[in-house]
Design a protein around this ligand. Structure first.
Ligand code: SF4
Length: 395
């Protein structure tokens, strides 16, 4: 994999990307180093609009549920985990997870993103029981859960292949897999920040490959700004694009910047808006086989989230009903659905709620069927909380 700057003129690379001609990893490296920020943004916006409705920006109402904070690993960038035996460690009872799902549905939510630390004591039957509980109690709730490090740990513990673990979880009700644990898919930096033991770059890719082979969609994520070289980010892009060529299973690319507060890496300089927008734009230009790109308003703030919609992103991500991992590192952004819609409208786009699989929910014509399914999840208690915009299709 040649990751060094290609040396081609920036304008030529941008013209190729905008015209739909594939650019190389070396070209992406050149763009990150030499591209003018606004030129990158304009080009990324053109590509965004080739894949997505230029007038619309989407968002999701879901909830992050961290079912446990107990973890066998000690990633240096993580402020969330507690070691096994730590009095602050927890494992949520199923009923409490169920209560969080009910609150999510009551707030117009369509799904949950459930990840944990990597708990050493949980057999695969725990995950299967939890999934069966959720699917039978809340059939309309999309369950997007268990990132590659969790899948890898289960596979090791049960002496099973990644494919077979995912097949069992899918049979129990798993509907898609989040891209957590990717950080930077380049092993030297993974070793440095202690992400390597939980999974190597190739293991992360292979879990996703096996998920796609099982017919599950997944997201691709990247957390950067941990002091890594630009070549490491470019390697990450290349690995994601290669697997997407092979399987087509990624729904979206979601990148965010490392938050150092309360971690073991307090001296790493913060990644600010210029670098964030530059990296987002280049990722949009390089990943010519991924449809959706999320902003990272949670780490960059709401205003930069708005700007990101013109730098290649088409989706604002979740309103974040609950988020513990980034919050542990000192970030506490939250917003209501109304605020999210206002944020998108005031950035010049029509807001549309979507599901975890990027199906649009709140449009009258194309969502009646989804709304009918969704209606089944409403109880007399939470129905009153459904926004009036949905009621005409819910009936
Ligand atoms: S990032 Fe995940 S795997 Fe690493 S220590 Fe934190 S909870 Fe554990």
């Amino acid at each position: 994999m040649d990751l060094q700057p290609s040396g081609r003129p920036v304008q030529q690379i941008l013209d190729d990307a905008v015209a739909g001609r594939r650019i190389s990893a070396g070209d992406a490296h050149t763009l990150i180093l030499e591209g003018d920020l606004l030129d990158l943004g304009l080009a990324a916006n053109e590509v965004r609009n080739r894949f997505n409705d230029p007038a619309v920006a989407t968002y999701n109402v879901d909830r992050n549920i961290n079912y446990t904070n107990v973890c066998v690993y000690k990633c240096r960038f993580c402020a969330f985990y507690r070691e096994p035996g730590d009095p602050e460690g927890y494992l949520l009872p199923f009923e409490e997870i169920g209560r969080k799902v009910e609150e999510t549905l009551a707030l117009n939510g369509t799904g949950i993103l459930m990840q944990g630390g990597v708990h050493p004591d949980l057999p695969i039957s725990f995950y299967e029981d939890l999934l069966r509980y959720l699917r039978s109690s809340y059939p309309a709730c999309h369950v997007h859960a268990f990132s590659p490090p969790e899948i890898k740990f289960i596979a090791r513990k049960e002496r099973m292949s990644f494919y077979d673990v995912i097949a069992r979880l899918k049979a129990a009700g798993l509907m898609s897999i989040p891209g957590g644990g990717a950080e930077i898919l380049s092993d030297p930096i993974r070793k440095d920040v202690l992400a390597y033991p939980k999974c190597s770059a190739e293991e992360w890719i292979d879990v996703m490959r096996q998920a796609h082979r099982n017919g599950l969609r997944t997201s691709a994520t990247m957390m950067y700004g941990m002091g890594e070289a630009v070549a490491a980010r470019v390697e990450h892009f290349q690995r994601v694009r290669d697997l997407q060529d092979e399987t087509g299973g990624f729904t979206a690319f979601i990148s965010w910047t490392f938050q150092h507060e309360h971690t073991e890496m307090p001296d790493v300089p913060e990644t600010y808006a210029e670098e964030y927008l530059r990296t987002l734009a280049v990722s949009r230009l390089f990943l010519d086989n991924v449809v959706h790109f999320q902003t990272s308003w949670v780490t960059q703030g709401k205003k930069i989230g708005q700007v990101a919609l013109s730098f290649g992103a088409d989706d604002m991500g979740s309103i974040m009903i609950e988020e513990n991992v980034v919050a542990s590192a000192g970030t506490h952004y939250r917003m209501s659905q109304d605020e999210m819609e206002h944020l998108i409208s005031s950035a010049g786009f029509i807001p549309r709620q979507r599901t975890n699989l990027y199906e649009r929910l709140v449009t009258r014509a194309d969502t009646a069927e989804m709304a009918r399914k969704y209606r089944g999840s409403l109880t007399p208690q939470n129905r009153d909380l459904v926004s009036s915009a949905l009621l005409p299709v819910l009936g």
